[in-house]
Design a protein around this ligand. Structure first.
Ligand SMILES: Cc1cc2nc3c(=O)[nH]c(=O)nc-3n(C[C@H](O)[C@H](O)[C@H](O)COP(=O)(O)OP(=O)(O)OC[C@H]3O[C@@H](n4cnc5c(N)ncnc54)[C@H](O)[C@@H]3O)c2cc1C
Length: 497
């Protein structure tokens, strides 16, 4: 039996007192909510944002702050890269696919340079410098990073150009992105009610969404929205029941979230007949350090390589978790390990070290000869600068020589002495599926009709993703379609009145 909080829609006629009335009610103050609030307020609408936590931020504020943007931004040009919306689209269609949302993706790529400028105009600075190696997260202030565009097979699908844009701060920058976006929304006139949990949508007699009920400091309240309600409540990685129903392979693993991604917005809209999309698709991150994996090899429980280690690490993670027997190991030699400066090792240390591969594969419980065979084959080709199986770039190819180390992703990363996501199974993720929306954020019902007065964006909605994920596309499409939802909800005010 379900233990979930009820989300049954409330009839407007039963509301005896409105706690507040506004033009556009935004539910959830992460990146999508801040973008929607900013645009709706800038369009002249009164905007109220309900946020269940003690303040804005959500998972967005905890994030790396990587923004997937391209098509020829000023940072790309300053770093010497040519790019176009078409090349960006070709890469993302392959990397986010199969089944990336073509209409949303085309628009996202076509308007990416303008979206980059929108961040700049909100006060985000980007250094014109490139971090030029595979990583989850640069430790520097570099404004640009590769997110797999230069790795096979993507380097043959689209002209490689780095598109991971990072605001000028070391390592995790989500807090800075949110600081600027929340300030911009406030300056545009949006008001936030924190500690306010939206519980259900309110509909009038025509079926139009006209507000939301909420719980604040133990009190049940009703908020009226004349133009529309924008749901930007995030995904459902923290809702075990929804994961069991839609994305069970994440159940066993860690969660990449602020702990409040309980899918409440998706459920509130579904209770009105809203359709959902891509609910089984998740981002997966294996806590294997790309800097080490690329200098050695990533193998499965049988000691077999299965991917080029220079690909975007989220894609080697998906390849591992969804297709290969666990556990996974990074095998690296002393030269490869020492080539990564200690401050970029994120606390990663070898689990086993051995002079010989025979000894190492025994420690790892692999079939006799497994590692000997994998490393032997790798070395034969690497000596000629080739990787005929997976096409890792020649820059990273070198025969591996003992002593060898085996690194266990299940140990996680330990930044600043603290264990971070990944300790446990070595895998953590978040959900990518959500409400089915138009490119303007209007939520569609199961018959394909617009639910009047209801909008959604960010991980509460299904965005540009098919079955893959590339870092930066969540903050990227959350803000991009959040902005459009804010504009449309403000325009809805005119059509509703
Ligand atoms: C450690 C980490 C690193 C990441 N790195 C990146 C990265 O570099 N680039 C990238 O693109 N993505 C990254 N992600 C993913 C990305 O942060 C999220 O997918 C994205 O922030 C989702 O944005 P959102 O606006 O949809 O949701 P959120 O930012 O989670 O905001 C949702 C808000 O809604 C509130 N809320 C929820 N339900 C209710 C309710 N019923 N009533 C009122 N309020 C409610 C929540 O409290 C929250 O504040 C990372 C995530 C984490 C955790």
């Amino acid at each position: 039996m379900s233990t979930a909080r009820p989300v049954t829609p409330v009839r407007a006629g039963t509301v005896t007192r409105w706690a507040a009335e506004t033009d556009v009610l935004v539910v959830g103050h992460g990146c999508a909510g801040a973008a929607a609030a900013f645009e709706a307020a800038s369009a002249g609408a009164g905007v109220l944002v309900l946020e269940r936590a003690g303040g804005p931020g959500g998972s967005s504020a905890l994030s790396g702050g990587e923004l997937y943007l391209g098509g020829g931004t000023e940072v790309q040009r300053a770093c010497g890269f040519e790019d176009s919306p078409e090349e960006m689209y070709s890469y993302l269609r392959a990397a986010l696919g199969p089944h990336a949302d073509d209409e949303k993706l085309r628009l996202y790529c076509e308007e990416s340079v303008a979206h980059f400028q929108w961040f700049v105009d909100r006060g985000l600075a980007f250094e014109p410098t490139l971090w030029d190696a595979p990583t989850w997260m640069p430790t520097t202030r570099d404004g640009l990073m590769w997110l797999g565009e230069n790795a096979w097979p993507y380097n043959e699908i689209a002209r490689p150009a780095p598109r991971g844009h990072r605001t000028a701060t070391e390592a995790f920058g989500g807090w800075l992105v949110m600081e600027k976006l929340v300030a911009a929304a406030g300056e545009a006139g949006a008001v936030t009610h924190s500690d306010t949990l939206a519980t259900a949508l309110i509909v009038d007699d025509t079926g139009r969404v006209v507000g939301a009920t909420a719980r604040r400091h133990g009190e049940d309240l009703a908020y009226r929205a004349r133009g529309g309600v924008v749901l930007t409540t995030g995904g459902f990685a923290d809702n075990e029941e929804m994961l069991a129903d839609h994305a069970p392979h994440l159940l066993a693993h860690g969660r990449v979230s602020d702990g409040l991604d309980d899918g409440s917005g998706i459920r509130m809209a579904a209770a009105l007949g809203a359709a959902t999309r891509r609910m089984g698709v998740v981002e997966l991150a294996l806590t294997a350090l790309p800097a080490l994996a690329v200098r050695g090899m990533l193998v499965n429980a049988h000691g077999q390589r299965f991917v080029n280690e220079d690909v975007y690490p989220g894609l080697f993670s998906v390849a591992a978790v969804l297709t290969q027997p666990a556990p996974y190991w990074v095998i690296v030699d002393e030269e490869g390990y020492e080539a990564v400066p200690e401050r970029e090792r994120w606390g990663v240390v070898p689990r086993f070290v051995s002079e010989t591969l025979g000894e190492l594969e025994g420690e790892l419980g692999m079939p006799p000869g497994a590692l000997d065979s994998s490393v032997g084959t790798y070395n034969t080709h690497a000596a000629r600068g080739r990787d005929p199986y997976f096409h890792k770039d020649a820059r990273w190819l070198r025969p591996l020589e003992g002593p060898f180390a085996a690194i266990d992703p299940r140990a996680g990363f330990h930044q600043g002495g603290r264990p971070s996501a990944g300790a446990g199974t070595g895998v953590a993720g978040f959900t990518l599926g959500g409400l089915r929306t138009t490119v303007d954020g209007a939520v569609l019902d199961v018959s394909g009709a617009v639910l009047p007065g209801l909008f959604a964006a960010g991980r509460a909605a299904s965005g540009i993703h098919g079955e893959g994920y590339v870092s930066g596309t969540s903050l990227g499409d959350g803000t991009f379609f959040g902005r459009r939802a804010g504009v449309a909800a403000a325009a809805g005010l005119r059509s509703a009145s």
